[in-house]
Design a protein around this ligand. Structure first.
Ligand code: C3B
Length: 803
């Protein structure tokens, strides 16, 4: 639907008047945000409804993406862009002396995710709608999103993120779609007319109420649904929850997102959360299938429904679908298993052992007695089926229940028809190392789907100036078809375009410098190299290697050795219980404090650790980056996605050959990336031979020794304990992230960066090549591959007028 500026202004006045009895002059940004988002909602709601009707009529297959995290960030600008209204609304507001960016900043981030995994899930939602596939998100409506990070004396402090304090403007409560979820109690199997049926005793019943968020596709796209479940006391069960404490226990089920993205904690509650959203989601799918689609034949379910298990957190979906089919719909086991395997597919997002979920059999039996029975039966049949075909060792290694624990990855693999990794190297490591036994059993189930990013958010919204330059050079169609971005490479020798590119970057850096000044009081020079590392804080991501580089630069500058000006920018949250990660934050903050206040260094080097990194902050930092730090220990970063966002915004990558960095190198060519460090074979050799002896490296390399010693020789004030902890870690033979092994190569790569920086034109040319080739990581391409290879979806046919 088209919207004119005049029409928008009229609607704005009306909304402000109705909601707040305000006018445009007196309204606060928060009022204006509420009014503009209401206009947007009015814009998409009719099509949202019409598309749901079309879905029911056409009965096409739909995918349900089950994920314990979704990290969309803010939605106002994204919905405006996708409706095709962004420009009109921006201009209409400007006519009224209002700034869309300021109004949009009043929206709290929907931070229902920790990092890459949750952000990818949100990008997939946007992409499914934009490419025209019916895809639904299924997750949890956490009352508190990922914690707000504050630094106090350099230490990370975590504060609650009460994002729902103000009303959320995008969600719609759909009480009529509520379902009941059962926990605990006893289960007895009784014969009911020849069908063994569970009888529950003493269980607790919780009501799952869905809140639907519209996912507005780009331009001619669909409007899909992200369904987030909240837990309530069922009205008919009120007597069973007589006290406030009883009630709170139910509501607490959905109150917090666990801030641990590769370890898990709060075990029992986490297990409850996992079952809660999986059961609610599957029940609502079956309700839709049997009632709305009026389909009684459950053997046809795989023709209509694909359920995707995003990492192992929703893996119980396999047992829960079996329960629903066998217990509630009386489908025999073999048929139900066949249906389940065809419906389910699973993505693995990490090979870090601590992130492979395992649940205690006793805990699961108490909390989910029927599910535990079903998993036991799946495990039994798996073992029986393999007996005699493979060695007993293989069966022992691959079975689901082992040593009193339920291996969730094994359940996910055994119950799915597709298992994918998230970058070529990652998938290769799954097949040849981590899941090798399974790959031997089911080679056809394994496939790779390299991650992607939404260029709509990371270019069109976050970097409008660069987007305009693309329009002016290659034409506007790249906004619909990212392949066209490759044409940007034709401007490799175009001085005017190269200059423009550099002006745009400088402009973005000035904006970020202003923001840094407002946030931290620190003045940074926008002409310096903006060197960016933004991602969760983890030992394997090696913010520590960056720290050692900073210390080396500092020591050089103190000794009169010159370097081009550099501003190092970090954004990273550490899991609250992750002691080492928090020590790293403290040491970086104290190092930053020391350097930023040292007159000897002047403004040659600045270190800025911005608090509370989230999607909105990423949108400010990424367009202003010159250098993208992707320096994880090779084999450890499954894919990475900040690498793709930074590349699309013209930053040059310094990278180990890990995760999707390898594919970035393939795309841009060796000359347009700064690659360094151990390859995967060297890393595995260290592990296999126990031959990593960092102390020898340290003793034999004076430069390394000096940088590492700065951690303990009193150079950095106020962090002797934390400095010592890092020092001990670096020098231990069991330091599995091999930081010192890559130190020298990293310094060489950084020296090359400095030389290249001095060749302005070459830098701009490399930047241009990176932008052009970021089309390879357009999430729409990733989604097309999932839709075709895994989910077998067709696009929904919708009349233009219905969109
Ligand atoms: C992340 C991985 O660490 C990244 O390499 C990857 O790009 C993203 O997932 C998306 O695939 N990841 C995460 O954020 N949380 C986990 N629990 C596991 C992986």
């Amino acid at each position: 639907m088209q919207l004119t500026k005049e029409e928008f202004k009229k609607r704005l006045e009306r909304k402000l008047d109705n909601y707040f009895e305000e006018d445009v002059k007196s309204a606060s940004n928060s009022d204006l945000y509420a009014a503009v988002s209401a206009i947007v909602r009015d814009g998409y709601t009719p099509q949202w409804r019409r598309i749901r009707i079309a879905e029911t009529n056409q009965k096409q297959k739909q995918v349900y993406y089950f994920s314990i995290e979704f990290l969309p960030g803010t939605l106002l600008k994204s919905n405006l862009l996708n409706l095709g209204w962004l420009k009109t609304v921006r201009e209409a507001l400007a006519d009224l002396h209002l700034d869309l960016d300021k109004i949009a900043a009043a929206e709290p981030d929907m931070a229902l995710g920790n990092g890459g995994l949750g952000r990818l899930a949100a990008a997939f939602m946007d992409s499914l709608a934009s490419t025209g596939y019916t895809g639904n998100g299924n997750g949890i409506r956490y009352k508190y999103g990922l914690f707000k990070q504050k630094f106090v004396n350099g230490y990370q402090k975590e504060l609650p993120n009460d994002w729902l304090k103000k009303e959320d403007h995008w969600e719609v409560r759909r009480e009529s779609k509520s379902v009941l979820v059962r926990f605990g109690g006893k289960v007895n199997m009784v014969d009911d007319n020849g069908w063994m049926t569970p009888q529950y005793e003493g269980e607790r019943v919780v009501r799952a109420v869905p809140y639907d968020v519209a996912v507005v596709g780009y331009k001619d796209g669909l409007t899909n649904t992200l369904r987030l479940w909240d837990a309530e006391v069922p009205p008919e069960e009120e007597l069973n929850y007589p006290t406030i404490t009883d009630r709170r226990r139910v509501e607490d089920l959905t109150s917090i997102l666990y801030p641990d993205d590769s370890n898990y904690e709060g075990r029992l509650l986490r297990l409850k959360q996992e079952y809660f959203f999986v059961s609610a989601g599957l029940q609502s799918i079956l309700n839709y299938y049997t009632k709305d689609l009026d389909n009684k034949d459950l053997t046809k379910l795989p023709n209509y429904v694909a359920v995707h298990i995003n990492d192992t957190h929703p893996a119980m979906a396999i047992a829960e679908l079996m329960r629903l089919l066998v217990d509630e719909h009386r489908v025999d086991w073999d048929t139900a298993w066949n249906i389940t395997q065809k419906v389910m597919s699973y993505t693995n997002h990490t090979i870090m052992a601590e992130a492979m979920e395992k649940w205690d059999v006793n805990m699961m039996s108490q909390l989910l007695p029927r599910i535990m029975q079903i998993i036991t039966e799946i495990d039994r049949r798996f073992c029986v089926g393999l007996k005699g075909h493979v060695s007993d060792d293989v069966i022992e290694r691959t079975r689901i229940i082992k040593n009193g624990q339920v291996q969730m990855a094994h359940l996910a693999i055994i119950g799915s028809h597709s298992i994918n990794g998230v970058a070529a190297l990652h998938t290769q490591l799954l097949e040849t190392k981590v899941l090798k036994d399974f790959y031997n059993l089911y080679p056809d189930r394994f496939n790779n789907k390299t991650n992607g990013i939404t260029l709509r958010r990371w270019l069109q919204i976050a970097n409008p100036e660069l987007s305009d330059l693309l329009d002016e050079t290659i034409g506007k169609n790249w906004r619909n078809d990212s392949d066209e971005m490759l044409n940007f490479e034709k401007y490799y020798h175009d001085t005017k375009v190269l200059h423009k590119l550099s002006d745009i970057k400088l402009d973005n850096k000035k904006k970020l410098a202003k923001f840094i000044k407002e946030r931290t009081g620190i003045v940074v020079d926008p002409t310096a190299i903006f060197d960016v590392q933004v991602k969760r804080l983890h030992a394997y991501k090696r913010q520590t290697l960056k720290l050692l580089h900073i210390l080396k630069l500092y020591q050089d500058l103190k000794a009169g050795i010159d370097h081009p000006k550099r501003v190092v920018i970090f954004g990273a949250k550490a899991a609250p219980s992750y002691v080492f990660a928090k020590q790293v934050i403290k040491v970086i903050n104290e190092t930053a404090n020391m350097i930023n206040n040292d007159p000897d260094v002047n403004d040659k080097l600045k270190v800025i650790f911005l608090e509370d990194y989230d999607v909105s902050l990423a949108e400010r930092i990424i367009p202003a980056a010159d250098v993208s730090e992707q320096i994880s220990t090779t084999t450890k970063e499954a894919s990475g996605t900040s690498n793709m966002k930074l590349m699309a915004n013209g930053a040059l990558t310094v990278a180990t050959m890990d995760g999707a960095n390898i594919e970035i190198k393939d795309a841009v060519g060796e000359d347009n990336i700064f690659s360094f460090g151990l390859n995967k074979d060297q890393v595995y050799k260290y592990y296999a031979e126990h031959s990593y002896h960092p102390r020898e490296m340290y003793e034999n390399d004076a430069v390394m020794k000096k940088a590492v010693d700065a951690l303990i020789d009193g150079t950095i004030p106020n962090c002797s304990a934390e400095g010592q902890a890092l020092f001990n870690n670096f020098l231990g033979d069991n330091e599995q992230f091999l930081v010192l092994a890559d130190f020298e190569a990293y310094l060489r790569a950084q020296a090359k960066i400095e030389q290249t920086w001095k060749q302005k034109r070459l830098w701009e040319q490399m930047s241009l090549v990176n932008i052009a080739h970021s089309e390879r990581f357009d999430v729409d391409k990733t989604i097309e591959r999932y839709a075709e290879d895994i989910w077998h979806l067709k696009k929904l046919e919708v009349e233009k007028a219905d969109r």
